[in-house]
Design a protein around this ligand. Sequence first.
Ligand code: Q0Z
Length: 302
Amino acid sequence: MSNDPTTAAPELPGFAHAYSGKVRDLYAPLDASGQPRDDQLLLVASDRISAFDFVLRSEIPDKGAVLTQLSLWWFERLADLLPHHVVSTDVPPQVAGRAVLVERLDMVPVECVARAYLTGSGLADYRRTGEVSGVRLPDGLVDGSRLADPVFTPSTKAPMGEHDEPIPFSTVVDMVGAERAAQLDDLTRRILARGNEIAVDRGVIIADTKVEFGVRPGGELVLADEVLTPDSSRFWPADEWEPGRAQPSYDKQFVRDWLTSPASGWSRDSGEEPPALPDEVIERTRAKYVEVYERLTGQRFG
Ligand code: Q0Z
């Protein structure tokens, strides 16, 4: 079935493959004379899944479509904050539902992260310094604590396989200028705040998120890439939220639990590639992606 590790970047007639990330592929549309257009891209979400920094050999059916449809749903709900990059969802049949044609933008070279809840590297920074990204936080916060307001915690865009490094806001200013930096800070935090306003009523917490921005030739800032998906954000089930412990991940919990259980025969620090997932783990994980889509949007998936 869809359990083949090598199904990366399908060949698409009319498109030239440009780049592949861990779980997504980028193409340039070809013009009438077969030349790549310089004003658009095709962004394709695969069914690949990563865990513990590995792209797994097993795929999750419909994951790419769920994330693409969720992103499109969010773009509409963020459109009063800023324009988005989507031009069309009319895409080749091989990638129907999981690809979008987008404006090619000049991408902002900063990973724009906002945190509404404290966990992960933000928690580690807080424990060391009492701050995250230069913002002083109250004493006594624990893993999973809600922050009064989302905090902007920018990082570098590391090459694939490397980890993004946090950067001070002053570095963002040096990179893009004070006005643009202030705009990135404001919009990234507003996007997460809007996301949580909508999600909280539907039983989902968006702990943090990474947003990508691009700039139009005229200088206008545009929301790019995917937005407020489980791949770009930490989604937690609201009914299981309990500050003071690691929160279960909405989407990948079954994958992580199985990979770290004796049943997998795999060890995280073995350096070995993780084994294929059992069908049951694949199916339960697919169901979680569909569930988060249906919960958030109130629409039936597919
Ligand atoms: C997005 C990525 C990958 C999918 C570049 N509108 C845009 N204009 C210019 N560049 C991008 C976008 Cl979205 C862009 N990425 C990340 C990599 C598949 C998205 F392999 N990189």
